[in-house]
Write a protein that binds this ligand. Structure first.
Ligand code: DGL
Length: 266
């Protein structure tokens, strides 16, 4: 039994989809969430930069005494799997968990994979999914910035225009399963569902990874007490504090701690 908190990181709000899933699955666990929002969006950045951010994010959470780390980020999971594997504290990404969940579906049909440019460019997520059906990868560079700016409502005109331009080829190809390969996309799943219709199954990478972590974890002793959630961000802490409760489905019990970018870049 291990009473230390779980660490979760992402470039921003997307990681909260994993935190939300973890808080539902493991209500007693304490969680430290680190949003590197000062560097968001990650998806269009060069690999070397993303790998540097990944090292920083892992060491930030390690220094906060966590027992396990969830890289709740499809981009980091795709460009830095070796860094996650080498982490001092056990760290998992979202690729394997999502692939395993996909393979458990009775019939996936043709699969659409939507994710950031860096994820799609790496080819690793599509390769990990490899299933008996075709996997059609589509980069959606506008989605994460739209989420970071709060354009998540299912009737948001900018969001709907972006969805139409990215998902039309997938809808035309008759996909039966859509994999949300970027954790930010769980925050626009209503609009994605509306667009594709109820017959298309949606698999959220962040939820799959949270479930996998839950299976692997050495949990703390049951106490009946709700676990704490401590949030840190390199972005605007007021913006984070404003949107986080909407995305988490619960109020923040503690103030969001700002982390200066300069300090993290040393
Ligand atoms: N949420 C992250 C991912 O899953 C990063 C999105 C971004 O910052 O571009 O890829």
């Amino acid at each position: 039994m291990d009473a230390r908190p779980i660490g979760v990181f992402d470039s921003g709000f997307g990681g909260l989809t994993a935190v939300r899933a973890l808080r539902a699955l493991l209500p007693e666990e304490d969680i430290v969430f680190f949003a590197d929002a000062g560097h968001a969006p990650y998806g269009g950045r060069p690999i070397e930069e993303l790998r540097r951010f990944s090292v920083n994010n892992l060491s930030f959470l390690t220094a906060h005494g966590v027992k396990a780390i969830l890289a709740a980020c499809g981009t980091v999971s795709s460009v830095a799997p070796d860094l996650l594997a080498a982490s001092e504290i056990p760290a998992i990404g979202v690729l394997n968990a999502t692939a395993e969940a996909l393979h458990r579906l009775p019939d996936t049909g043709p699969v659409g994979l939507i994710a950031t440019e860096a994820t799609i460019r790496s080819g690793r997520f599509a390769a990990a999914l490899a299933c008996e059906h075709e996997v059609i990868p589509v980069a959606c560079p506008l989605f994460a910035p739209l989420v970071e700016q709060g354009h998540t409502r299912r009737d948001d005109p900018q969001l709907l225009a972006a969805i139409d331009s990215y998902l039309r080829p997938l809808r035309d190809a008759g996909i039966r399963t859509l994999v949300l390969g970027c954790t930010h996309y769980g925050l626009i799943d209503d609009a994605l569902r509306d667009y594709l219709g109820a017959d298309v199954a949606i698999l959220e990478a962040s939820r799959c990874a949270a479930e996998q972590l839950c299976e692997q974890l050495d949990r703390k002793a049951p106490s009946g007490k709700r676990g704490t959630l401590r949030c840190y961000t390199t972005g605007e802490s007021a913006v984070f504090a404003h949107y986080a409760p909407l995305f988490l489905g619960e109020d923040l019990q503690q103030p969001v701690t700002p982390v200066p970018l300069t300090e993290r870049e040393n």
